[in-house]
Design a protein around this ligand. Structure first.
Ligand code: UD1
Length: 391
C-alpha cells in the first residue's frame, strides 16, 4: 500500500513525524504488508524557521516532493496546491492520501485526492470551533465531509462528526499525534539552552515568565485587536518577563500598524520563530502561555502550564474542561484578568485527556496496516479509470 502524506505548514510537521516513524517500525517487522510512504510538502510554509528546522529537529525525512506553492490569498494558495497536487496523485497513484490538521494544504489535498477517487484519511478530524470566520474551521469541515477515515483526538470530536452525519465506521478515536511528538522530545528539549540565552534562569531555577504567540487573522489583521493585545502584554511585562517568538505575518502587521515600537522598548523580548525543541523547553518552564494557536493549547494541557487563549472560542474544548486553558479573547482588561487567574494556577494537578499517551500514531498505523492487509484500497477499478480520464 502506498500512502501520500501531506505536510504544508508548521503545525503539520510534528503531527506527521510520529506516523512516519511508526510506519517505518511496522515495515521492519517480518511478515507485515509493507506500507510505502511518499512525503509531499506543499511549501505553504517555506522559511527555514517555519519549515526546515522542524525536519531537522524531528528527524523527518526530506520530502520526496516539494510543490513550492508559497504564500498567497486563500484562493490563490489553495488553487496552486490543488493544481500541483493533482499531478502528483496522477503520477504517483497513491492508494491513500493522509492529511493532518486544518491548514489550507489539508483541505486542498483532500479535495484533490477525493476527486481522483483516491481514499483520504484525516488525522485530527472532528475539531470544531463553531466559528466559520476562521479559515481553519472551513478547512476542517470540508475535509471531514469527504474523508474516508477520520482519526480523532477525543470523544467530543467523535460526537461533532456524528452530528454532521459522518457514519461511525469512518471514525477512529486514536488520541493525539501532536502529544506523541511532545512526549518523545521532552527529554531532549531539556538540553536546549534557550532559557540561558534569553536570561530566564536565576542560578539553577527558571525565572517566572510568560510566553506569547500570535498569528490568527482575527487578532493580527485587525489593528484595534492587535493594539489591545499589545497594550495588555506591555502592562503584564511590568511584572514578569514576556517572551514573544513572532510569526512572520504578525511581524509584518506589527510594522504596518506601527505597533512594533510599543512592544520592543525593552519590556518584551521579541524573537524570530523558535525551533521545536527550544520552544518546547521554553513552554515547559513558563509560568503561563498566551496564545491564539490551536496546538499550543493542547501542549500546555500536557505540560500543566496555565494557558490563556486569545480567542472567543476554541475547537479544542477538552483543553478547557480538562486542561489548563481559559478563553480570554483580545480585550486588554480581560487578558489582564486572565493573567491574574493564571498566576493563581501554579502547581495545579495535570489531568491527561484519554489516549493522549504517546501512542496515537501506533493506533493510526494499526488501522492503516489493517487496510493494507485487506487490500481494501486497491480494489478501485473505477478509481483507476477516473485517474486515466482526468489525466
Ligand atoms: C497557517 C495556517 C494556520 C496555522 C499557521 C501556523 C491556514 C489557513 N493557516 O497560517 O492554521 O496555525 O499556519 O503557523 O492554512 N509567511 C512567511 N514565511 C513562511 C510562511 C508564511 O513569511 O514560511 C508569511 C507570509 O507573509 C504569508 C503569511 O505568513 O503571507 C501567512 O502565511 P500562511 O501560510 O498563508 O498562513 P499562516 O498565517 O502562517
Amino acid at each position: 500500500m502506498k500512502i501520500a502524506h501531506v505536510v504544508g505548514a508548521r503545525p503539520n510537521f510534528m503531527k506527521v513525524a510520529p506516523i512516519l516513524e511508526v510506519i517505518e517500525r511496522h515495515n521492519r517487522r517480518p511478515g507485515q504488508e509493507v506500507i510505502q510512504s511518499l512525503l509531499v510538502h506543499t511549501g505553504q510554509h517555506y522559511d527555514y524557521a517555519m519549515s526546515q528546522s522542524f525536519f531537522e529537529e524531528l528527524g523527518l525525512p526530506k520530502p520526496d516532493i516539494n510543490l513550492e506553492v508559497g504564500s498567497g490569498s486563500h484562493a490563490v494558495q489553495t488553487a496552486k496546491i490543488m493544481t500541483a497536487f493533482e499531478e502528483v496523485v496522477q503520477r504517483e497513484q497513491p492508494d491513500l492520501v493522509l492529511v493532518v490538521g486544518d491548514v489550507n494544504s489539508t483541505m486542498a489535498c483532500a479535495i484533490t485526492a477525493k476527486k481522483l477517487h483516491t481514499a483520504v484519511a484525516h488525522v485530527e478530524a472532528g475539531l470544531r470551533s463553531g466559528d466559520m470566520t476562521m479559515p481553519e474551521e472551513v478547512n476542517r469541515k470540508v475535509t471531514d465531509a469527504i474523508a474516508d477515515y477520520c482519526f480523532t483526538t477525543d470523544r467530543i470530536a467523535d460526537a461533532n462528526l456524528g452530528v454532521e452525519g459522518v457514519p461511525n465506521d469512518r471514525i477512529f478515536f486514536v488520541g493525539n499525534v501532536m502529544i506523541d511528538t511532545l512526549l518523545t522530545h521532552l527529554e531532549r528539549a531539556r538540553r536546549s539552552t534557550i532559557l540561558e540565552t534569553l536570561g530566564l534562569r536565576d542560578g539553577d531555577q527558571p525565572r517566572s515568565y510568560a510566553v506569547v504567540t500570535l498569528h490568527r487573522p482575527s487578532n493580527v489583521d485587525d489593528p484595534r485587536a492587535l493594539r489591545e493585545i499589545c497594550e495588555a502584554l506591555k502592562t503584564a511585562a511590568r511584572r514578569l518577563p514576556v517572551i514573544f517568538p513572532c510569526h512572520p505575518r504578525t511581524r509584518e502587521r506589527l510594522d504596518a500598524f506601527e505597533l512594533t515600537g510599543m512592544i520592543t522598548d525593552g519590556s518584551i523580548t521579541m524573537t524570530a520563530p523558535l525551533g521545536y525543541l527550544d520552544f518546547l523547553q521554553l513552554n515547559a518552564h513558563a509560568a503561563m502561555i498566551l496564545t491564539d494557536s490551536g496546538g499550543i493549547q493542547e501542549e500546555a494541557t500536557i505540560l500543566g502550564v496555565p494557558c490563556l487563549t486569545l480567542r472567543e472560542n476554541t475547537e479544542r474544548p477538552i483543553t478547557v474542561t480538562q486542561g489548563t486553558n481559559r478563553l480570554v479573547g483580545n480585550r486588554r482588561e480581560i487578558i489582564l484578568a486572565g493573567i491574574e487567574w493564571a498566576r493563581r494556577q501554579a502547581g495545579q494537578r495535570i489531568s491527561r485527556p484519554e489516549k493522549w499517551d504517546g501512542k496515537a500514531a501506533e493506533r493510526i498505523v494499526e488501522v492503516l496496516a489493517g487496510l493494507a492487509r485487506s487490500g481494501a484500497l486497491r480494489s478501485g477499478g473505477l478509481r483507476q479509470a477516473v485517474r486515466q480520464s482526468v489525466g
